[in-house]
Design a protein around this ligand. Structure first.
Ligand SMILES: C[S@@+](CC[C@H](N)C(=O)[O-])C[C@H]1O[C@@H](n2cnc3c(N)ncnc32)[C@H](O)[C@@H]1O
Length: 437
C-alpha cells in the first residue's frame, strides 16, 4: 500500500521549516524512500513547494484562529490552507478531513480537535483581504510570503515598483532551461527534435539555450548522451563572457556541480584544461558525472581544495583565465528554491562578501599578466556583486574592469551583466569581467 502523501509532504515541510533542511534535497530523499505512486509524488512535490513558498501568507490567513501551537501543527494548518486556497481540484472537506486524521495520528485527540476547529472557522469565514494591512511593505511581505527584513532590503535596493515586479515573477512557475552541447550537435537540430514533443522556444538571452514551460528533460536520450544539459539561461552566459580559447589553462575556483565547468570545457582543445576546485568530495563527484555525460572529462582536472589556498597550491602564472562563480546567498534562485528566503545565512551579507573577496584575493595571484578573471553570482544584491568588484579593484590597481555588452542592453549595468528574475523569467544573476594589466 502506498504511503499517505500529505503525511510525507508534512514531514518534508517540517524538516525544511523547523530543522533548516534544503527543500530540494529533503524532498528528493523522501520521495526515494517512501512508497508513493507517480500521482502522489506530484502531489507531495506540489504541497511541499506550494506551502513553503507561501508559508507567511498561509499563516496570516489562520492567524485570527491560532494563538499558540506547536510548529508542526502550524505547518499542517498551512499545508491544508494551501490546498483549500490554491489547489482547485482538492475539495475543502477532503483537505480538512486529511489534516484532522494526521493531527490525530501524530498528536492526540485534543490536537485533532484544535486543527478541526481552526480549519472549520477558517473555511466558514470569508478570506481575509491583504488590504487590511495598512503598511505597504508589510503588505508586500505577507502577500508574497517574503520575510519582512528581506522585503525591506528588496524595496531599499530596487524601489517599490520593481520589487513588486520581482515578487510577482518569482511566484510564477520556473521554466525548464536547456543548454545545447555544441561540440556534439547544434541548437537548430536539438530545437527541431525537442519541438516534436514539447512546447519549446529559443532562449532570448543565451545563444545555446532552449526553454520550455515544463517537461522532464533529464529523462531524454539526448540528455543521457550529453547532447543537451539542464542549465539556467543566465548562467549559460558565464562561459561566453570568459571567452575561453582552445589552449587556455583555466581555474574554475568554485566549480561544483560543474554546470559552467563543462560548458567552458566545450571551448577547449585537448591542449587546454580546466582545474576545477570545490570543497567536498561528493560535490567533485557531481562534476565528474557531468563531465562524463557531456564527454568533456579529459579536459577537466578535479581537485578538492579551498579556493583560498589556490596560490599556495598552483603558484604564480598558472592560469590564463579564472572563473570565480562564488558561493553566495543564492537569492537570485528564489523561484526554484523558495526556502532560501527563510534562511538566516541568506542575509549574512558581510560574511558572504568576506569569503567572496578572500577567494578573489587568493586566486588572482595565480593569473598571468593580461589574464582574464570572471566573477559571477546567482544573487542580485550589491553587497555580493558590485561592492565586491569595487572593493577588489580599489585594492588591486593591476586589474581593470572589462566592460561587458549584450544585445539585450537592459542586461548591462555599469559594465556588468545583471539580470533580475523578472526581466527574462530566468534566475537572477551577476557577471563581471576583469583583466590583469
Ligand atoms: C555557486 S556554486 C558553483 C556552481 C558551479 N560553478 C556551477 O556552475 O555548477 C558555489 C560552489 O562553491 C563551493 N565553495 C564554497 N566555498 C568554497 C571555497 N572556499 N573554495 C572552493 N569552493 C567553494 C561550494 O561548495 C559550491 O559548490
Amino acid at each position: 500500500m502506498s504511503n499517505n502523501p500529505r503525511r510525507v509532504a508534512l514531514s518534508v515541510i517540517n524538516d525544511v521549516l523547523n530543522n533548516n533542511a534544503y527543500a530540494n534535497i529533503a524532498l528528493n530523499e523522501k520521495i526515494k524512500s517512501e512508497n508513493l505512486t507517480e500521482l502522489d509524488k506530484n502531489l507531495v512535490t506540489n504541497l511541499v513547494y506550494g506551502t513553503i513558498s507561501k508559508k507567511l501568507t498561509l499563516d496570516w490567513y489562520t492567524k485570527p484562529y491560532v494563538k499558540k501551537t506547536k510548529k508542526w501543527v502550524k505547518n499542517l494548518l498551512a499545508m491544508t490552507v494551501y490546498q483549500i486556497i490554491y489547489m482547485d481540484r482538492i475539495p475543502t472537506s477532503a483537505a480538512v478531513d486529511e489534516a484532522v486524521k494526521i493531527a490525530k495520528k501524530q498528536g492526540d485527540q485534543r490536537l485533532s480537535g484544535f486543527v478541526n476547529g481552526v480549519l472549520r472557522n477558517f473555511t466558514r469565514a470569508d478570506f481575509r483581504s491583504f488590504d487590511e494591512i495598512s503598511d505597504s511593505t508589510e503588505k508586500l511581505s505577507i502577500q508574497y510570503s517574503m520575510p519582512i527584513d528581506l522585503t525591506k532590503k528588496f524595496v531599499k535596493s530596487f524601489g517599490f515598483e520593481k520589487t513588486v515586479k520581482i515578487f510577482r515573477s518569482i511566484e510564477e512557475p520556473s521554466r525548464a532551461s536547456l543548454r545545447v552541447n555544441t561540440t556534439l550537435t547544434d541548437v537548430t537540430t536539438e530545437f527541431n527534435k525537442l519541438a516534436r514533443e514539447f512546447d519549446v522556444e529559443l532562449s532570448e538571452i543565451s545563444p545555446t539555450g532552449i526553454v520550455a514551460e515544463s517537461g522532464h528533460f533529464a529523462d531524454l536520450l539526448d540528455f543521457n548522451d550529453g547532447l543537451i544539459t539542464i542549465q539556467d539561461e543566465s548562467s549559460q552566459l558565464v562561459a561566453t563572457v570568459l571567452d575561453a580559447q582552445p589552449t587556455d589553462r583555466i581555474l574554475d575556483a568554485c566549480a561544483a556541480p560543474g554546470g559552467k565547468t563543462v560548458h567552458i570545457a566545450e571551448y577547449l582543445s585537448e591542449a587546454g584544461y580546466i582545474e576545477a576546485l570545490d570543497l567536498y568530495d561528493h560535490k567533485l563527484r557531481l562534476i565528474r558525472q557531468n563531465a562524463e555525460r557531456l564527454h568533456q572529462s579529459e579536459k577537466i582536472r578535479l581537485t578538492k581544495l579551498d579556493a583560498r589556498q589556490s596560490f599556495e597550491k598552483f603558484g604564480p602564472d598558472s592560469f590564463d583565465k579564472i572563473l570565480v562563480d562564488a558561493p553566495c546567498s543564492g537569492l537570485g534562485l528564489i523561484r526554484r528554491k523558495p526556502d532560501i528566503r527563510y534562511r538566516k545565512e541568506t542575509t549574512d551579507f558581510a560574511d558572504l562578501q568576506k569569503v567572496q573577496l578572500d577567494i578573489l584575493e587568493n586566486t588572482c595571484k595565480t593569473l598571468v599578466n593580461s589574464g582574464i578573471m570572471v566573477y559571477s553570482t546567482c544573487t542580485i544584491f550589491d553587497e555580493e556583486n558590485y561592492q565586491v568588484i569595487e572593493t577588489f579593484l580599489a585594492k588591486h590597481p593591476e586589474f581593470e574592469q572589462v566592460p561587458l555588452t549584450h544585445e539585450k542592453s537592459d542586461l548591462v549595468k555599469n559594465g556588468c551583466l545583471f539580470i533580475t528574475p523578472d526581466a527574462y523569467h530566468t534566475d537572477g544573476f551577476f557577471i563581471a569581467k576583469l583583466r590583469k594589466k
